[in-house]
Design a protein around this ligand. Structure first.
Ligand SMILES: [Fe+2]
Ligand SMILES: [Fe+2]
Length: 280
């Protein structure tokens, strides 16, 4: 046996890396619920396994041995690849696969054929290997892109639903203000208190005094409240703007409605009845 070829470490490194990739990709191919994803992953796993054998064979032909060892990260990558609680898209992301190749920069295989002493048979093997590896990257990128575009309608539906929820909440606030704000002195305190009892807003009845110039922070409560202004001017700032109430005016804040208690230049005395059960 002559001098060891300078490229022998590269061949051993490829044989090992390909074997470890075959392990976790095979676990993924078995776990995926998608036939399309399975085909892609299984094809690449077979390529990896064949590369291991081909490089082991080439190393033997050259008169040397190779030891195949499990890489430290293979167990973690196999656990991700086989996980039942991760989607295929999440597996691509966690394993760092699926990015499209960038033709403007050399890839990790570009330098593999730099060594001008590589023999013809090994050059052929490396050339095929590089071509297949680059094709596997393209297959992964296409598969990942397809999975992302499958998810898009779901994401935009969720966004639309949450936007509609917000609009609905704003409309409810507006309706509450339109329905419940009555003219000055249209509701007396006695009438208001009778209404609190009738409609179940008497879990707790409290009178609060607010100084002038109060600017509260937006917040919400788990309970609903019905409010009558006994004196001064009371301002409720909602997400969509402030609403001012003066003596004799009332309003209702349903549980969960974002608001801030405020006053302007004058103080306010407010009677509130609270209801801890859901309003219907
Ligand atoms: Fe590979
Ligand atoms: Fe409040």
């Amino acid at each position: 046996m002559g001098t060891e070829p300078s490229y022998l470490p590269l061949l051993r490194q490829i044989a090992n890396a390909e074997c470890n990739a075959e392990v976790y990709l095979s676990a993924w191919a078995e776990a995926t619920p998608s036939e399309g994803v399975r085909r892609v992953i299984a094809t690449v796993a077979l390529r990896e396994g064949e590369h291991t054998k081909a490089f082991q064979k080439r190393i033997c032909e050259l008169g040397y041995d190779v030891t195949i060892e499990e890489a430290p990260q293979t167990a973690d990558r196999t656990a991700i690849a086989g996980a039942a609680d991760l989607t295929d898209r999440e597996k691509f992301e966690k394993l760092g696969l699926g990015a499209p190749p960038d033709p403007s920069t050399p890839d990790r295989w570009t330098s593999f054929l730099d060594d001008s002493t590589i023999d013809v048979a090994t050059s052929e093997l490396l050339g095929r290997f590089i071509g297949e590896e680059r094709d596997s990257v393209r297959m992964f990128a296409d598969c990942y892109r397809a999975l992302c575009s499958d998810d898009e309608p779901i994401a935009s539906t969720r966004q639309t639903e949450s936007r509609l929820d917000r609009i609905e909440q704003m409309l409810e606030n507006l309706a509450a203000k339109l329905d419940l704000v009555t003219g000055p002195s249209a509701v007396t305190e006695e009438e208001f208190r009778a209404g609190l009892r009738r409609d179940g807003f008497d879990d707790e009845i409290r009178i609060s005094d607010y100084e002038p110039g109060v600017t509260g922070e937006l917040h919400c409560h788990e309970f609903s409240a019905r409010i009558l202004v006994l004196d001064g001017e009371f301002i409720l700032r909602y997400e969509d703007g402030p609403q001012s109430y003066t003596r004799g005016q009332c309003c209702q804040l349903d549980a969960g409605t974002m608001h801030a208690e405020c006053t302007g230049g004058s103080s306010a005395r407010v009677l509130a009845g609270l209801k801890h059960r859901p309003t219907t």
